[in-house]
Design a protein around this ligand. Structure first.
Ligand SMILES: Nc1ncnc2c1ncn2[C@@H]1O[C@H](COP(=O)(O)OP(=O)(O)OP(=O)(O)O)[C@@H](O)[C@H]1O
Length: 976
């Protein structure tokens, strides 16, 4: 048997678990009205998926099919029905030999659950399982009295489903439906896709242009950066060379300018001095000249007197007697002697003076040599200090030469965000505390203070990117101040030798107060290391102590100190520079003093030399005169001695006033003349010196002028070059995020003028490109990719819809074929069945629209024996039922239907027709299984087994299995 068993529990009137076993082909279900027979039919349909509450003859809800209770029996809350099929013939498309389909419903949630072979499943699974098996909703396999009459009364289109079910096209129809909705969806998808594709297509064209532009821009930029980096490096280098050369030249010029200016001042001073000397010399010469003129006048007068006297004596010698001659000669002799001795004495005096001058000259020369020596030493010391100043100045200009990272960050400061400066720049030591503060800070002075952590991160990134070394950053945002505790404070401030706290000796912007106090707030400054040790001991080595000299007693007691050869650092530089400036100023004034002395002694030396020469000349002159005077005296002595007369000449009272006056006059004249010569020589020397000086001053003024102009020009050039250099550096930083050092590693050999021209051209090209959307290439690629993807999707969808259409076409063909075949087959059978049922006549099925096999309605043309009416509506109820039964049997003939459930289908037939029906039904024994609900004995007769359904007072249906012979008795008992 196909349907082996039905189990009902809680379903409608079957409150208790009830099992109906089917062992025979035709099973009759009999019983009085209202006992629950049709409920079995309902139960089968319910399990097979019936959803219509109405067709199940129930209330408004599906849960109304659950046994609702009776006067004697309480309602139940669950209904369950299961059907057990024998599937050894594989009527269901499943590999199991037995298939149990069950449905269950709870009153509480009104929800049904399904199982196939006790595995939960969906309603759809059950529908698919029974599809085209002949058990479907629209088949005639489960048929009631109502269906039978409805078939005859139905419109041709409504009848069609029965034939479709018989032809097994339902699955194709369903598949077609699914395909059509799939096609619809595909079409919708296609439309949506097409809209998107159109939109993308609209975007693609302008985006492609933009992308091309962006690519061009990027290519230009890459080319530009390639060249410009090299150009910038070249330029920066050339600027650096120019700057170095300019600075060197300016240093030289400055030195020249300073030297020349100082020289000029000095020379001008000297010129003034010389002018004064010249004036004094002129006055002195004038007064000497006047005196000399006077002495000369006196000399003329005296000479005149002397000539007159000598004339007289000459006359006496010629005319007087010997005694008188002798007297005269005696007078002459004494005068000659006087003159001789007088000149001799003067000669000796001059000699003495010449010697003295020589000694003095030597002394002055020695002193001058000494001064020259001192000047040389002072000058070399000055030069050394000056050199140190230059070194220091270049160190100040580049204080982080040895801290690569710090140097790079400070150079790129302007193009980086939030760089405040180094600790050394922000915390300035007060005078004399540079050493203490710099040692207290140590390496920390090179840390770079940033606004916040983000700026520090940014700067570290910059160093990494450029591989430019390391640096330590101190974000201001994390700087909390540090203070000594009250106890430390009290002890420190009362200790001997304490100068204060390190932060007292620092000047800074108030913004950096917390920075200062964090780094120096609890460092003590003392005057000496001894005091530092004492304080450290008193505070139990809990604070760092630094001496003014920079020695340190660390927390814990470790000590460091000493002095390195050069302890120049950014903090002490300033102080050292000041100290050097002071030293330079002292050394300079010392040098000037020495120069002054040197000049003074040179002048002295020259003057003494002149005097010496003059003395020598005079000495030589006098030496001759002494000789002449001696000869004259000797000659007069000889003349005197020749005269032998005694004239008592020796007793003559000599009047030598004239001769003395003449001698004095001579001496005076000589002295004046000598002095005049010396002074004139001096004056000449001064004049010469003045002229030379004036010439030198003029030339110096010209040089100073040239230095000033050159310096000015060079200053301008330096400023311009520096600006150009920093703008090139800034361009490197801003445009390429590169430091100069990093850029050097990227540099290529370029021909600078050509490269510059190329840079200009590329810039112009970039400018001509106008606004550029740099995201365009990526956007274009993305959209293009999407466009291609969607286009291929569209192709796929088109293919898919083509395939669906083909499948539908194929399904249509199959359906037409199957339907036509089945229709023809049923039609063929119908006439025979009809004849058998009606005992003659004829019947034929026809398609309303044979052209549209898939949708056409179906007409039945019947002509019972002896009747002429053809309109089916005009037949009686029994006839209509018989027609419907004929069609049903025709279908059963045409195809296998494994199970048919007839619920009082023959109710409207008369006895003879019931018998005919029942006999005909018996034909299908061994072919199909029948479950027949009936009240008609004729039908019952043909049943192999009968189930009697009874309902007692409690409103619960019960089953009683009876064999046919018992049934006959049963019928007899009932009297029907
Ligand atoms: N939910 C339900 N709970 C309890 N009883 C129910 C329920 N639904 C229907 N019934 C009962 O089932 C009976 C109707 O059964 P059914 O229609 O199968 O009778 P029948 O034997 O086919 O009658 P007839 O021979 O007149 O066609 C009624 O007595 C009805 O009260």
């Amino acid at each position: 048997m196909f349907l082996k068993r039905i189990e009902l529990q809680g379903f409608k009137s079957f409150a208790n678990k009830t099992v109906l076993q089917f062992d025979q082909d035709i099973t009759g279900i009999v019983g009085p009205n209202g006992c629950g027979k049709s409920n079995i039919n309902d139960a089968i349909r319910w399990v097979l998926g019936e959803q219509s509450v109405k067709s199940l003859r129930s209330g408004g809800n599906m849960s109304d099919i659950i046994f609702s209770g009776s006067e004697q029996k309480k309602k139940v809350n669950m209904a369950k029905v299961s059907l057990v099929f024998d599937n050894s013939r594989r009527i269901f498309d499943t590999p199991f030999d037995e298939v149990e389909i069950a449905r269950q419903i709870q009153r509480s949630n009104n929800e049904a659950t399904y199982t196939i072979n006790r595995t939960p499943c969906r309603l759809k699974d059950i529908q698919e399982l029974i599809m085209d098996t002949g058990l479907g909703r629209d088949s005639l396999s489960i048929i009631s009295q109502g269906n039978i009459s409805a078939f005859a009364d139905a419109k041709p289109e409504e009848r069609r489903s029965l034939f479709e079910e018989a032809a097994g096209v339902a699955k194709y129809k369903k598949r077609k439906q699914a395909s059509l909705s799939k096609l619809e969806k595909t079409k919708e998808n296609l439309d949506r896709l097409q809209d998107i594709i159109d939109e993308l297509d609209r975007q693609l064209k302008p985006l492609e242009k933009q992308a091309e532009k962006a690519r061009q821009y990027i290519a230009y930029r890459e080319e530009l950066s390639d060249i410009e980096i090299s150009v910038l490096v070249e330029e920066i280098e050339s600027y650096a060379q120019t700057i170095a050369a300019l600075q060197k030249s300016m240093d030289d010029q400055n030195l020249n300018y300073t030297n020349d200016t100082e020289l000029l001042e000095e020379k001008e001073e000297r010129l003034n001095h010389l002018k004064k000397s010249a004036y004094q010399l002129d006055s002195r010469i004038q007064s000497l000249q006047q005196e000399y003129t006077k002495v000369m006048e006196e000399s003329v007068d005296l000479e005149k007197q002397k000539i007159e006297l000598d004339e007289k004596r000459k006359y006496t010698l010629q005319t007087a007697d010997l005694a008188e001659q002798k007297k005269t000669l005696y007078t002459l002799k004494e005068e000659a002697r006087f003159e001789y001795e007088d000149r001799k004495k003067r000669f000796e005096e001059l000699d003495e003076q010449a010697k003295e001058k020589n000694d003095f000259f030597r002394q002055i020369s020695n002193r001058l040599d000494q001064i020259v020596q001192e000047e040389r030493q002072a000058s070399s010391l000055f030069q050394k200090t000056l050199n140190r100043k230059h070194i220091l100045r270049s160190m100040m200009e580049s204080p982080y030469q040895h801290q690569g990272g710090v140097k790079v960050i400070m150079e790129a400061k302007n193009s980086l965000y939030g760089i405040e400066g180094t600790i050394a720049q922000l915390l300035k030591a007060k005078p004399e505390f540079g050493q203490a503060i710099s040692n207290a800070l140590g390496g920390v002075m090179y840390q770079i203070v940033t606004k916040d952590e983000r700026s520090a991160r940014n700067a570290i990134d910059f160093l990494k990117r450029n591989r430019s070394g390391r640096a330590t950053f101190l974000p201001l945002s994390v700087c909390s101040p540090r203070y000594p505790n009250e106890r430390q404070k009290a002890i420190v401030e009362q200790s001997e030798g304490v100068l204060g706290w390190a932060c007292d000796f620092v000047e800074n912007d108030s913004r950096y107060n917390s920075l200062k106090s964090r780094l120096l707030g609890n460092i003590v400054v003392t005057d000496t290391l001894e005091h530092a040790n004492e304080v450290a001991k008193r505070i139990h080595y809990s604070l760092k102590i630094v001496t003014k000299d920079g020695d340190i007693v660390h927390t814990g007691g470790a000590m460091s100190g000493g002095r390195s050869r050069s302890n120049t650092n950014p903090i002490t530089m300033q102080e050292e520079m000041k100290e050097i400036e002071t030293r330079l100023s002292h050394q300079k004034s010392n040098l000037e003093e020495l120069h002054e002395k040197q000049r003074e002694y040179e002048q002295k030396k020259k003057s003494i030399e002149d005097q010496k020469v003059s003395l020598q000349i005079e000495r030589a002159k006098i030496e001759n005169i002494v000789q002449v005077k001696k000869e004259k005296y000797d000659s007069i002595c000889a003349d005197y001695n020749v005269i032998s007369v005694d004239s008592s000449a020796e007793s003559i009272e000599l009047d030598d006033s004239l001769i003395q006056a003449i001698a004095k006059n001579h001496a005076k004249k000589d002295e004046l003349s000598r002095n005049l010569t010396v002074e004139r020589q001096n004056r000449f020397g001064v004049g010469e010196a003045m002229e030379k000086l004036e010439e030198e001053i003029r030339s110096l003024r010209r040089s100073v002028n040239v230095w000033v102009q050159t310096l000015h020009k060079q200053e301008m050039e330096l400023a311009t070059t520096k600006t150009k250099q920093s703008s090139a550096l800034e361009r490197l930083n801003t445009n390429y995020q590169m430091t100069y050092e990093f850029a050097c590693s990227k540099r290529k050999e370029v021909d600078l003028p050509k490269a510059k021209e190329l840079v200009r051209e590329l810039r112009a090209k970039i400018k001509r490109l106008g606004n550029v959307n740099l995201d365009a290439p990526q956007e274009f690629e993305e959209i293009k990719e999407r466009y291609t993807f969607l286009t291929s999707q569209k192709e796929d969808l088109l293919d898919a819809s083509k395939q669906i259409l083909e499948a539908i076409d194929q399904m249509d063909k199959t359906m037409v074929e199957n339907f036509t075949t089945m229709f023809n087959k049923i039609n063929q059978e119908l006439d025979g069945v009809f004849k058998a049922m009606f005992g003659g006549g004829k019947a034929r099925l026809s398609l309303v629209d044979p052209e549209d096999v898939l949708n056409t309605g179906i007409d039945i043309d019947v002509q019972p024996p002896g009747k002429t009416i053809k309109n089916i509506q005009s037949f009686s109820g029994g006839e209509k039922a018989l027609i419907a039964i004929s069609v049903l049997f025709s279908i059963l003939q045409a195809r296998l239907i494994p199970l048919c459930i007839f619920d009082e289908v023959e109710a409207a037939l008369d006895q003879s027709n019931v018998e005919r029906f029942a006999k005909y039904l018996a034909h299908f024994r061994n072919q199909s299984q029948f479950i027949v609900v009936t009240h008609r004995p004729g039908t019952m007769e043909q049943c192999d087994t009968l189930y009697g359904v009874t309902m007692q007072q409690d409103g619960v249906s019960q089953i009683l299995k009876v064999m046919l012979k018992d049934a006959v008795q049963y019928i007899d008992k009932e009297g029907r």
